[in-house]
Design a protein around this ligand. Structure first.
Ligand code: TEU
Ligand code: CA
Length: 568
């Protein structure tokens, strides 16, 4: 295991700072709150934390519109609070990576305020300015991608909201300024960065128009109502075609190399994980990003054995092709996507499926990322009062539904609530208490707390219950940590024809481990031959048969069981 870097074997956990823990009682999560929960995280067994943006921001996009890259949002605390958090995390051997938003700043960032003030100021060329909109490009959040500024009598480009102007990365001064910010945090001791939306950094220099016969609001509506397979195919094609000229440019490789060089100047194996599924951004395997997320795994309505196997086959083959072999990175949920429990549930066996999917992400080859709250089975909360939405993208969609598409208000509110990312960003549920224990009684949390915190979906009660999902995660994480093959081993699928369960081996020089995830309500007796071993010695079972030895010729598996065993 000595050849493996910390970021290959560590279990990462995403903290959404606004929703994690409120330390000063104002209804908004903050650093004192997070610091106070570090012992909880240590006890859970995670080893690295990714913080969604904690920088000053007008919060049009919940922190992804940054107005100062070298500071802490006042509602989250001070820089000193951040340093205390970092010191306390490191004292517990918890690594910390930050969210780095390179594509755009806030329109309230000093750089943009200066850039937009005239055509000839020193930062005039720091953003992407044109005299007239050159094409029909859309902002992926709302409306046109070009917004007018009277001071310059020009338009600027924004892939995301108009409050998130794209930086002009062809300008060396932009790079220098951003690299200074990167060094600022590396000097403070952070262990790396999750790179936001890197695919969108460069655009097609020909400015080729898209050919989709509708605008973004119409496309969203079209997507909402797509039912048949052919409508769904067309929906996917439209989404791809609408934005394909606005991302995925090859220039990004050089930029990632430049950033990697900076990280490599530092000790301690600082790391970069790209919010992109394109393995090309790992370069030769050692000169661009350390990791990119395996998003294709999670982008499905149902995590079926066939889907998982196909995904692993494709990804692992591509990673193996890199001159310096690449390493995977698996996740099933984050602040942009529906809660795992809700997304992959089927309404009948949600609890069982949540356990299977936790085991999946913790046993596949690659670095696992968890999203805060999944360990207690937090669920989507659909906000039906549009006035309570905080995800601006959803507020705007709501407005478009009512005013442009003339959808009935009740229906519009429901659709906006379902599309809103607020549903998966609600406050952590710490106990069966007022506001779920996230903030004091009588204080209004920034987003409503899911009422199911009173029905056992909370940390305190699950801590006291050995049968809870939380204990299940802890047991799984402990098993993973003490099983070298799960941390580093090769992946080899078995019984690849099965639709009901997925079985695979993880093999390292000292150990062969069999993982079986039964995605069906049926009991089975399975026979594994050709492994060169005779017996499966249980390491973990969701059915509580952990310590048993079973002959490989007849392994009995319960409904929805997760079974992990060392082969001897
Ligand atoms: O997301 C990038 C991205 O591609 C999003 O459009 C994503 O597809 C969408 O949120 C799904 O609904 C990153 C961040 O993760 C996201 O929270 C930010 O809003 C976005 O960048 C802009 O910074
Ligand atoms: Ca607070």
């Amino acid at each position: 295991m000595t050849d493996f870097k910390w970021w290959q074997t560590a279990l990462f956990y995403q903290i959404y700072p606004r929703s994690f823990a409120d330390g000063n009682g104002d209804g908004i999560g903050d650093f004192p709150g997070i610091t106070a929960k570090l012992d909880y995280l240590k006890d859970l067994g995670v080893e690295a934390l990714w913080l969604s943006p904690h920088f000053p921001s007008p919060n049009w996009d919940c922190g992804y519109d940054i107005s100062d890259y070298c500071n802490v949002a006042p509602e989250y605390g001070t820089l000193a609070d951040f340093e205390t958090f970092l010191r306390e995390a490191h004292a517990r051997q918890l690594r910390v990576i930050l969210d780095l938003v390179l594509n755009h700043t806030s329109d309230e960032h000093a750089w943009f305020l200066e850039s937009k003030s005239s055509r000839d100021n020193p930062k005039a060329d720091w953003y992407v300015w044109v005299d007239t909109p050159p094409n029909n490009w859309q902002s992926c959040f709302d409306g046109d991608a070009w917004t007018y500024v009277p001071e310059r009598n020009q338009y600027y480009y924004h892939y995301f909201m108009k409050q998130q102007p794209d930086l002009n990365w062809h300008n060396p001064a932009v790079k220098q300024a951003m690299w200074d910010a990167v060094r600022f945090w590396l000097d403070l001791g952070v262990d790396g960065f999750r790179l936001d939306a890197i695919g969108t950094i460069y655009e097609d220099p020909q400015l080729t128009p898209h050919t989709v016969p509708m605008n973004l609001a119409q496309l969203r509506h079209f997507s909402d109502t797509a039912r048949t397979p052919s409508e769904k195919q067309q929906r996917d094609r439209y989404w791809h075609d609408m934005f394909k000229h606005q991302w995925g440019r090859p220039e990004l490789h050089d930029l990632m190399k430049e950033l990697r060089t900076i990280l490599d100047e530092y000790d301690g194996d600082r790391m970069l994980v790209g919010e992109d599924d394109n393995i090309d951004y790992m370069g030769y395997g050692d000169d661009e990003l350390h990791l990119v997320f395996n998003f294709p795994l999670m982008r499905t309505e149902q995590l079926s054995p066939a889907h998982i196997r196909k995904n692993q086959k494709n990804r692992l083959a591509r990673l193996d092709e890199l001159p310096t072999r690449g390493w995977g990175c698996n996740t099933l949920g984050n602040h942009d996507s529906s809660r795992i429990y809700s997304h992959y549930g089927n309404g009948q066996h949600d609890a069982e499926l949540a356990r299977l999917n936790a085991a999946l992400v913790l046993t596949l080859r690659g670095t696992p990322f968890l999203y805060n709250g999944e360990e207690i089975g937090m669920q989507d909360l659909i906000i039906t009062d549009p006035g309570k939405l905080r995800d601006t993208m959803a507020t705007w969609y709501h407005t478009a539904l009512i005013h442009d598409l003339h959808i009935d208000p009740v229906e519009a509110a429901r659709r906006a609530g379902e599309m809103s990312r607020d549903k998966n960003r609600t406050p952590m549920q710490w106990g069966p208490l007022a506001n779920g224990g996230f903030c004091p009684e009588g204080v209004e949390p920034w987003l409503p707390v899911h009422p199911n915190h009173l029905e056992g979906i909370n940390i305190r009660e699950q801590q006291d219950n050995p049968d809870s999902l939380l204990h299940y995660y802890k047991r799984l994480i402990r098993t993973r940590k003490s099983t070298p093959a799960l941390l580093t081993g090769e992946y080899q699928p078995l019984h690849t024809q099965s639709n009901d369960y997925i079985a695979f081996l993880r093999t390292c020089p000292t150990q062969t481990v069999l993982v079986i995830l039964n995605y069906s309500p049926d009991h089975r007796n399975l026979k594994f031959s050709g492994t060169g071993k005779k017996t499966a010695r249980g390491l973990f079972s969701s059915a509580g048969r952990s310590q048993n030895d079973q002959p490989l010729g007849k392994i009995s598996l319960g409904a929805f069981e997760v079974f992990i065993a060392e082969l001897i």
